[in-house]
Design a protein around this ligand. Sequence first.
Ligand code: ZN
Length: 307
Amino acid sequence: MQVAIGLDLGGTQLKFGLVTRDGEVVHDDVVPSRTAEGILGVKASLEEAVGALQEKARWKGHTIVAAGLGMPGTVSGSRGTVLTAPPQIPGIMGFHAGTYLRSVSGVKAAVDNDATVAALGEARVGVGVGAPTMLLATVGTGIGGGVVIGGQLVRGRYGTGGEIGHSVFVPDGLPCAHGGAGCLELYASATALKRIYVDMGGAEGMEPKNIAARAEKGEAAAVRAFDRVGRNLGLGLAQAATLIAPDVIAIGGGLADAGKLLMDPLRQSFRAQVLPYVAKGARILRAKLRNRAGIIGAAILAFEEGL
Ligand SMILES: [Zn+2]
């Protein structure tokens, strides 16, 4: 069977897999991403993953026809050049990730931002199937975003299109790493939840899953923190949805694991804010591909756009 390599590079782990054109993962595994060793560590990690997948494909009788990589930061152009290195992987600015992946794998390759490839994966084989216009928000430490219109990814000139986490939520608000202020991700992410929970009188140092467990037991600070973050996210997505009136708004990332705690206030604030027919047209759903969204999306990107 024809398969593509899908790679999902994070700050601590490199997830990788073999994926069919239908988005089925026939094999997957994980290695450390070795980001502390800089570009050489990242390259070694990618080589290890590609080598392991080539061996697995030979053994299982699959033919690798393309290789794709999703990673945080801004990636642009046919060489897959890293224009903005993410804070968790410093030192890879200027890395021609596409060219490198092509030479290591020996097949056509494509590289893009992790939320962008996740949006493509959800659009093709996930929650966005049958939805021509889709908005994806991956809510974790920050908020990643991807936009699909008419079945096509919206990237813009340098590949930064769809980064809804950096739309303005509070004028002159908290400072953001790229120099702006008041960005949505500072008020509606896992990081925001932890801060808001403390503001609401909750204990310091709690992780989102601990806060969720406390909310499930009815602790007031935890319930109110999730309510605030969910409403913030709903209002932020209302801004983006007003522009494109999506058929589906997909919520992915670690914070989506909180389920109704996040989704109920999100849906409520969204519907209260947007035009009636924006609300009527948009289904707000949990993203479907979960922690394999990066692998599947990267593989589908490679099948469709590999060079
Ligand atoms: Zn920002």
